[in-house]
Design a protein around this ligand. Structure first.
Ligand code: CA
Length: 168
């Protein structure tokens, strides 16, 4: 793994938020800097592995599904995560959950344990998509990830400072 100049520069930072802001299947980091512009750290190289983003929409539970526990089974890989808000100092990461899936071409089993106690199980779900799941209705929207932009278009600016890159 190699990191770009965004991780090499010395600066005093406080808040960190993580999200797939360009919805291409990999995660970016936004960092607030003391007395400076925020930084956006993003991948320059497209990760060839599969992944999924899951957005929960509560109906009986709270609207964002905060507190829901998800279990994602793909082949021999089983992962868990919880929908949560907050995180770093004065920061909140994306409420959508990101799961890396390696070379998987499908999610065999997806279990949602909603805060109100209900459990839903979804089988054979697609990868490389944002799946919006509403409590009691299953997947209400599936959006394929965007392809990685051409290299020339990858330089972004966050505030007045150039975005930094992270390469894996
Ligand atoms: Ca991304």
């Amino acid at each position: 793994m190699r990191s770009g100049p965004g991780l090499a520069a010395r600066r005093v930072s406080r808040g960190l938020a993580i999200a797939d802001y360009d919805q291409d299947g990999d995660l970016e980091m936004a960092v607030s800097t003391m007395n400076g512009a925020p930084l956006l750290l993003r991948h320059e190289r497209k990760n060839p592995n599969s992944s999924v983003l899951i957005q929960t929409v509560g109906t009986r539970s709270n609207r964002d599904g905060i507190g829901a526990r998800l279990k994602v089974v793909s082949g021999r890989l089983t992962q868990y995560d919880d929908v949560r808000s907050g995180g770093s100092y004065l920061s909140s990461s994306d409420l959508r959950l990101h799961f890396g899936l390696g070379g998987a071409t499908t999610i065999d089993r997806l279990e949602l344990h909603w805060p109100d106690g209900a459990t839903e199980t979804l089988l054979n779900q697609p990868v490389n998509r944002l799946l919006v799941i509403e409590e009691g209705r299953g997947v209400i929207r599936a959006v394929r990830f965007k392809p990685a932009p051409p290299a020339a278009a990858r330089t972004q600016r966050a505030g007045s400072e150039a975005a930094r890159s992270v390469q894996h």
